[in-house]
Design a protein around this ligand. Sequence first.
Ligand code: HEC
Ligand SMILES: [Cu+2]
Length: 358
Amino acid sequence: MTDQPGREPEQRLPVPRAPAEAVSPERFSAPPSARRFGLTPERAAQIVRQSSNARFVGFLAVAVVVLFVVVYYFYELGLPGGLTQSRLAAETEAQQVTAVERGYNIYQANCARCHGVNGEGGIGPKLNDQSKLFWHLREDYLEKILEVGGRYACGDPNSLMPVWSDRNGGPLNYKAIEELIAFLRATNEREYLVRNPELFEPVIDPATGKPKTFTGWRDPNWRPEPGATPYPACWKDEFTQPASPPAASPGASPGASAAPSAPAGVVLEISAANIAFDVAELRAPANTPFQIRFTNNDAGIPHNVAIHEGSPTGPEVWRGEIFNGIETRVYDVPALPAGTYGFICTVHPNMTGTLIVE
Ligand code: HEC
Ligand SMILES: [Cu+2]
């Protein structure tokens, strides 16, 4: 208690104790009635049995609790030695799989027409390339280019790739962008299910009766060659060859010269504009070198003409040098045996045509 003003301070001297007295032993022992047992031997035996049962029930109850704790521990954290996954890791993976499978649908609906169903490229650059996926197509780069549009890649204000993020007026919200990136970065280590975009049910392949699957593009074990230069910041720089003689590319003779060097022979005319060739068919004489006069009318966009056996997807026979527009170059093409060939732009697999050598 605190002292209050206007009052006498309280007395706080020790209160004197009563002198200690010896207490009679009676106080500490049970009364005589309690010390008398009226148990028959049967009752005594029953009590013994009951207490043993009770102990056993108690033991069982404790055992159940202990077992539950142990089982729950491993359920939550996974069995040792990686026998089962921890619950959290399994949940995270399930969410990742869902994101990749949704991202696949978003890619096929929005991106495949320019970048190819498997990211092989077309009007837009290829996306399934390991050297690109290793670092160039990292998460934050993908996020930026989808938010800013194709100009983010090389600073080309006329880029054909629109803005995708709705933060900049595009059609995809942040969740769709996240799922799209999960798909673009998915590894090729596991199969994912192709799902119906509306119901998200697995799509059954009518031919096999089994669900259709796909795998991611990225090989997580891929490493660049020792001493390799990183993928250039602007994808077009992959195709602009160094000023030194371009004879390095194996199997091809990229004979490109501004002035026609060969004597007047057959010169085929072809040009490219808006990521398309202007002709679908070229004819050349068999077993005779000829020239291709190629005009690239797409400012700042790399194109070339390459000749492939049989069709544009066949093995490459000859490759013309890749160069940015707007420019005209004359390629010297070596003699080819008669037959049907495909021609294609190495950068844009959707730019194709037929070359008939006769
Ligand atoms: C109209 C065709 C078109 C569509 C549709 C399109 N793109 Fe592109 N994309 C391009 C072009 C063209 C470029 C090259 C940009 C430039 O340099 O101008 C490009 C560049 C890119 C790049 C950068 C590639 C690199 O190597 O740096 C990524 C990533 C990309 N697109 C992803 C996508 C995704 C994801 C979608 C679907 C949401 C998509 N694109 C839809 C045409 C398209
Ligand atoms: Cu091209």
